[in-house]
Design a protein around this ligand. Sequence first.
Ligand SMILES: Nc1ncnc2c1ncn2[C@@H]1O[C@H](COP(=O)(O)OP(=O)(O)OP(=O)(O)O)[C@@H](O)[C@H]1O
Length: 239
Amino acid sequence: MATTATRTLFQLSGVSKTYRMGEVEVPVLHDVDLEIYAGEIMVIVGPSGSGKSTLLNIIGGIDSPTAGDVLFQDRDLAQLNERELTAYRREHVGFVFQFYNLVPTLTARENVLVSTEISRTPLDVDEVLEMVGLGDRKDHFPSQLSGGEQQRVAIARALAKDPTLLLCDEPTGALDLSTGRMVLELLDRLCTELGKTVVLITHNNPISHLAHRVVKLGQGTIAEARVNTERRSPHDIQW
Ligand SMILES: Nc1ncnc2c1ncn2[C@@H]1O[C@H](COP(=O)(O)OP(=O)(O)OP(=O)(O)O)[C@@H](O)[C@H]1O
């Protein structure tokens, strides 16, 4: 199943990133050109240190490139100041991390509620928790939930502010296979049913079977970018 999404959401051109630590320069991304289409699942794979998180952070407005343009709906994120980047993140980006990053002293519902409070157009918290299959676990604290359930709370939190895109950094990295598949299935549903754009980075090459498009990073450059013509259901993916 190939993607039907063709509207360009992001256009990265000549993006480079070099970290400077005193006298030492660490070049991480070199002249990356990449388009991300609205409503697609893009999986970015690559070995450790190839620059996946750096690229995701630039797309998410957490980090800025040293050179190049990051056009998002005709705005260049590389030119935004801190205040504008914060507004961009609040309005458009939902983050999902490997280790969930939930507030341990808040219930599932409260963890999700916090994110809606910084949004101008939040979704209904209870509906979102139902959507991720946790309608009956709303009042439980993270320590009372399994890893997979905590990740679903984290996805609900990312989703509840109704972002344009979900940026997922190894979302299945801490989960066993069957729980990881449930998380991928949920992300797939958010793409197909709600039209969310999903960018997911992973070490696990087989997860790229879920993608509409797959990008391979190698040492800070795009080694390969391809359309995945034979998408697989998460239940048929093994890693
Ligand atoms: N803030 C920073 N300062 C200096 N170097 C950094 C910084 N952040 C990342 N790096 C370096 O940039 C390179 C790429 O890191 P990045 O985290 O983007 O890679 P990655 O592909 O996501 O790796 P992994 O899969 O291990 O998470 C690494 O060599 C890392 O040490």
